[in-house]
Design a protein around this ligand. Structure first.
Ligand code: SAH
Length: 300
């Protein structure tokens, strides 16, 4: 499936790229949002596109064909934003976009085990090169029961966290748990049948939780936000799209504290009192937009 960028119109409206302005797309993916920006910020404006997944950087190469050296692609984590900007001598920065989570292409890509609809090895790393050694298989087979329960509770808000963790530890005594389908069976076995008929698949929360833990996703979001504000030029815009309540809460709280005057001079002004969500039209066309929430702030 080809990835369709979410909230395209809304992101463009808020980032409002003008001639020759520069932007950082912290999650360039297949380049949907970067393309929209590059169409607006010519003839000299640039986009620095970052992605942790080397395959996604491959998928974004087409942007060079159309926009030549106005697009700069970097395979790294946005958690290292300041360092990347310095290394690339990029700036001034007029806007920064974070489209968190993963793309449909990654969900279906071979051998990562992100999807519970395909039987694959339990990996879940966005980057399986570059020294990232923690995998889903390692968590499931080597973490203590309490730690697994905590991950499922905290990152998945899974109400059967303890039961699932207990069953994982029980089952791994028979042999290493290696595949997504094995894990799904274990989750099924640990939960009541009413849960199997719920609106979302009964493995959704466990898979989300393990993926967040493997990639340290919430910590990365916490790390990048203050860097983004520091990097932005005055009047620069920061747009963040999140896909679940844990991420959205981090963004919301960060914006709230940075826009307050209680601790001195506020650094940002919030442009979205309430998060922007997808229009009915987009919802009908792109299921990934269902849980998307966009928050935008402008640097003072
Ligand atoms: N806006 C993109 C889609 C982004 S999907 C488009 O229009 O195509 C989210 C992307 O974030 C994925 O490609 C994923 O690999 C990337 N990602 C996840 N964690 C990251 C991190 N810590 N640093 C950089 N990129 C990350």
């Amino acid at each position: 499936m080809i990835h369709t960028a979410v909230l395209k119109k809304e992101v463009l409206e808020y980032l409002d790229p003008k001639q020759n302005e520069n932007f950082v797309d912290c999650t360039v993916g297949e380049g949907g949002h970067s393309e929209d920006i590059l169409k607006k910020n010519g003839p000299e404006g640039k986009v620095l596109g970052i992605d942790l997944d080397p395959h996604q950087i491959g998928a974004a190469q087409w942007l060079h064909v159309q926009f030549k050296d106005r697009i700069i692609l970097v395979n790294d984590s946005y958690a290292n934003l300041t360092e990347i900007i310095e290394r690339k001598e990029f700036g001034p920065v007029n806007g920064i976009l974070l489209d968190l989570g993963m793309s449909s292409a990654q969900l279906e890509a071979a051998q990562k085990g992100f999807s519970f609809q395909i039987d694959q090895g339990l990996d879940m790393r966005y980057n399986d090169e570059g020294g990232y050694t923690l995998t889903a298989e390692k968590i499931v087979n080597e973490y203590p029961e309490e730690k697994i329960a905590e991950i499922l509770e905290e990152y998945g808000e899974e109400k059967f966290a303890k039961k699932i963790a207990k069953n994982i530890v029980e089952q791994r005594k028979q042999g290493r748990i290696k595949t997504t389908f094995q894990l799904i069976e274990i989750i099924k076995d640990a939960t009541p049948s009413a849960y199997w008929r719920g609106k979302i698949h009964y493995a959704t929360r466990t898979f989300q939780a393990i993926r967040i833990a493997v990639n340290d996703e919430l910590e990365n979001v916490k790390r990048v936000l203050p860097q983004a504000i520091s990097i932005l030029a005055s009047e620069g815009r920061l747009a963040v799209i999140s896909f679940h309540s844990l991420e959205d809460r981090i963004v919301k709280n960060f914006f709230a504290s940075e826009s307050k005057t209680t601790h001195g001079v506020p650094r940002i002004k919030i442009l979205t009192k309430k998060p922007i969500t997808a229009s009915r039209d987009e919802l009908s066309k792109n299921p990934r937009s269902r849980s998307a929430k966009l928050r935008v702030a402008v640097k003072i």
